[in-house]
Design a protein around this ligand. Structure first.
Ligand code: ATP
Ligand code: MG
Length: 202
């Protein structure tokens, strides 16, 4: 079985977490890995339905996501968690629970995130239309020891994803040789031959 791991993205809204997660997903699949993405955008409407953005709710959301990440990770899945997860303590708790945990800080100056404003939330935030917004009305606690820091205002998406890939390789989560071709055991070869012969191909 492949060694499972969780890539845990954290960073401000608009920092580029979802964008990077999708390219990482594609690359990991090319590597032959089973991948699951848990993105707060989708998780919010099922696993974390009814939970808001208060610290208490955010902590519960993170706990639930971490629990699923743990289950998948221990079954060899390459898991990508995509949340702002603004609180250091909650992230560290997820790290302890999951074990094979690769924290990726999508670092981007707040003013660049505001300019990108991909969700329109930054425009609403100062008017008080939304409460509990990390980096605006609520704190965002930067990671102190993230395995990877990607600077999304300076790097291309490809450069950032390559950095993450490099770290996963260094940590022994990916084979050094690239997407491995499946090698059949002698028993598997015999079974295949038997089936092909039964079907009249050989
Ligand atoms: N190097 C980069 N890495 C990631 N995104 C980048 C980069 N350069 C520019 N971008 C752009 O920044 C935007 C980031 O949006 P994205 O939805 O990925 O952010 P997010 O961190 O998932 O935000 P949210 O927390 O609100 O979901 C996209 O429009 C993306 O194209
Ligand atoms: Mg996103």
């Amino acid at each position: 079985m492949n060694k499972g791991f969780t890539v845990w993205f954290t960073g401000l809204s608009g920092a580029g977490k979802t964008t990077l997660a999708h390219l990482l997903d594609k690359k990991l699949k090319e590597w032959g890995r089973n991948v699951e993405i848990l993105d707060s955008d989708t998780v919010r409407i099922n696993l974390c339905q009814g939970l808001g953005f208060s610290k208490q709710d955010a902590d519960i959301s993170i706990q639930r996501i971490a629990f699923i990440c743990k289950l998948l990770t221990r079954n060899g899945v390459a898991v990508i968690s995509v949340t702002t997860s603004p609180y250091r303590e909650a992230r560290d708790k997820a790290r302890r629970e999951i074990g094979s945990f690769v924290e990726v800080y999508a670092k981007c100056p707040p003013e660049v995130c505001v300019e990108r404003d991909i969700t329109g939330l930054y425009q609403k935030a100062p008017k008080g239309d939304i409460g509990d917004f990390a980096g605006v009305s609520d704190p965002y606690e930067e990671p102190l020891n993230a395995e990877v820091v990607v600077e999304t205002d300076k790097e291309t998406v490809e450069e950032s994803v390559n950095k993450i890939f490099q770290k996963l390789t260094e940590l022994g989560y990916l084979s050094q040789t690239g997407p491995a071709e499946h090698v059949y055991s002698p028993e598997e070869e015999d079974k295949i031959k038997e089936r092909l012969s039964r079907l009249g191909y050989i």
